[in-house]
Design a binder for this molecule. Structure first.
Ligand SMILES: *Cc1c(COP(=O)(O)O)cnc(C)c1O
Length: 402
C-alpha cells in the first residue's frame, strides 16, 4: 500500500487551499507515481461473482462502471471539494451539465425558483425556457437588492440561483445576505462560482448550499477541455444529485478530469497573476473608454462588497466603447494580440461581443435590462506581459477610431 496522505482527511484538513490544490485527493497506484495517473477505463473487473454482487449492493467498496466512478475523476472530485470547503463534489461533462443537474435533480413540477437576471446566457435559458416547460415556475429578478429576493419568495420556492461576479456585467451580489435569506426560509441556494473559483471566493463559507462550476474556465485555465463540478453536502451530492446523474449520464471523461487536475496545480498562481493583470488593464481602459466594469477598480460601485467576499477580483472585465455594435466589432477586428474568442479563464487574453455571441439567445429587451448593450465587449485578461495587452488595446482603439 502506498502512502496516501492526499486521501487522509486527518492530514488534508490541516492543509491550506494552495496545498490542497496540488496534493488534495491524490490516490497513488501500486507504482507510486508522483503525478496522478490517468485511468482510461470504462469498466472494472471482479475476482468472483459474489464480489460483483456485493459491490452492486453497496456492501463492498470499489468501482463498478465509469459513468458512476473512475479513479482519476474521483481524485479531482476530492480535490475540488477540499478547496471549496465542501463535504462532497461530483464532476460533470461541462459547466452547463453541472448547472442543469444541480437544478433538475432537486426540482419537480409545481416548484418555484428565484434567479438573478444577470446569469450566463445558457443559465438564463434554463430559468426562462427549460424549467417552465416542466411546470417549474421561475421569477427572474435584479439580484442586487435583497428586497427583490425576499419579495419573490412563495410557499413553493425551492431554489435561489445566481452567479457573482456575473457574466458579462461583473455585477457583484451579496453572497452572505442572499444565502442567509435562503437558509432562513428553507430554500436551497445554488451559486455559480465559475468566475471566481474557490481561490478568490468560497461561497460555502458564506452560507451557500450548492456551488456549481464550469471547470472549463479557470480550473483548466488553458483552454483545453470542457468540464463542470457541483459541490455541496454529502447528503445532497450522494443523494439527489447522484441519483440524477447516474441515470442521465453527464459524466466527466477521465482524460478531461486529468487535464483539470493538472490545471488546479497552477490555479492559485494563475488567478492571482491574471487578477493583477486585469486590474492594470481596467485602470488603463478607465482613462480610455466610456465605461469599464471591473469590481477591482476603486470607483466601481461593487468594489467594497467585492473586497468583503473576494480575495481578488479575477481575470474578467467588460467595457463599453461608446456607439454601438459597429464600434465594438471594429475594435475586435483591429486587435493583433488579443484573440476574438468567447472563452474565458484561459491563459490567453480573449475578447468577445456578448450581445452578438454568448448572449445573442437572450431577448434584446432582457439584454438591455441587464446592461448588455451593443457597445459592450467582454475581456478575459490572460498571462501575457500585461504591457503587451495594454499596447494592443491602445493601438486597436486608435485604429477603430475610438
Ligand atoms: C462558461 C460558463 C458556464 C457554462 O460552462 P460550460 O463549461 O461552458 O458548459 C456557466 N456559467 C458561467 C458563469 C460560465 O462562465
Amino acid at each position: 500500500m502506498k502512502r496516501q496522505t492526499g486521501q487522509d482527511p486527518e492530514i488534508t484538513r490541516h492543509w491550506r487551499p494552495a496545498t490542497q490544490a496540488i496534493r488534495g485527493g491524490t490516490a497513488r497506484s501500486e507504482w507510486g507515481e508522483t503525478s496522478e495517473a490517468l485511468f482510461l477505463t470504462s469498466g472494472y473487473t471482479y475476482d468472483c461473482a459474489g464480489d460483483a454482487a456485493a459491490r452492486f449492493a453497496g456492501d463492498q467498496a470499489g468501482m463498478t462502471y465509469s459513468r458512476l466512478q473512475n479513479p482519476t475523476v474521483e481524485m479531482l472530485e476530492k480535490r475540488i471539494a477540499m478547496m471549496d470547503g465542501a463535504e462532497a463534489c461530483r464532476t460533470m461533462a461541462s459547466g452547463m451539465a453541472a448547472m442543469s443537474a444541480s437544478l433538475l435533480c432537486q426540482l419537480e413540477t409545481g416548484d418555484h425558483v428565484v434567479a438573478s437576471r444577470a446569469l450566463f446566457g445558457s443559465c438564463r435559458w434554463l430559468t426562462d425556457t427549460l424549467l417552465p416547460k416542466f411546470g417549474i415556475q421561475t421569477t427572474v429578478i435584479d439580484g442586487r437588492d435583497l428586497k427583490n429576493w425576499e419579495a419573490a419568495i412563495r410557499p413553493e420556492t425551492k431554489v435561489f440561483f445566481f452567479e457573482t461576479p456575473a457574466n458579462p456585467t461583473l455585477e457583484v451580489l451579496d453572497l452572505r445576505a442572499i444565502c442567509g435569506l435562503a437558509r432562513a426560509h428553507g430554500i436551497t441556494s445554488v451559486v455559480d462560482n465559475a468566475f471566481a473559483t474557490s481561490v478568490l471566493q468560497r461561497p460555502i463559507d458564506l452560507g451557500a448550499d450548492v456551488v456549481a462550476y464550469s471547470a472549463t474556465k479557470m480550473m483548466d485555465g488553458q483552454g483545453r477541455v470542457m468540464a463542470g463540478a457541483v459541490c455541496g453536502t454529502e447528503e445532497f451530492i450522494e443523494g439527489d444529485l447522484l441519483k440524477f446523474v447516474r441515470n442521465t449520464g453527464p459524466t466527466l471523461a477521465p482524460f478531461n478530469a486529468w487535464v483539470v487536475l493538472k490545471g488546479l496545480e497552477t490555479l492559485d498562481l494563475r488567478i492571482r497573476r491574471q487578477s493583477e493583470n486585469a486590474l492594470a488593464v481596467a485602470q488603463f481602459l478607465e482613462q480610455r473608454v466610456a465605461r469599464v466594469n471591473y469590481p477591482g477598480l476603486m470607483a466601481n460601485r461593487y468594489h467594497d462588497l467585492a473586497m468583503q467576499q473576494m480575495e481578488l477580483t479575477g481575470p474578467i472585465l467588460s467595457l463599453h466603447v461608446g456607439g454601438g455594435r459597429a464600434q465594438a466589432h471594429a475594435l475586435l477586428d483591429a486587435l493583433q494580440l488579443i484573440d476574438i474568442s468567447n472563452n474565458i479563464g484561459d491563459s490567453r487574453s480573449l475578447m468577445c461581443h456578448p450581445s452578438s455571441t454568448t448572449h445573442a439567445g437572450m431577448e434584446a429587451e432582457a439584454r438591455e435590462e441587464v446592461g448588455i448593450t451593443e457597445d459592450m465587449l467582454r475581456l478575459n485578461v490572460g498571462l501575457e506581459d500585461v504591457q503587451d495587452v495594454i499596447e494592443d488595446l491602445d493601438r486597436a482603439l486608435g485604429a477603430a477610431g475610438l
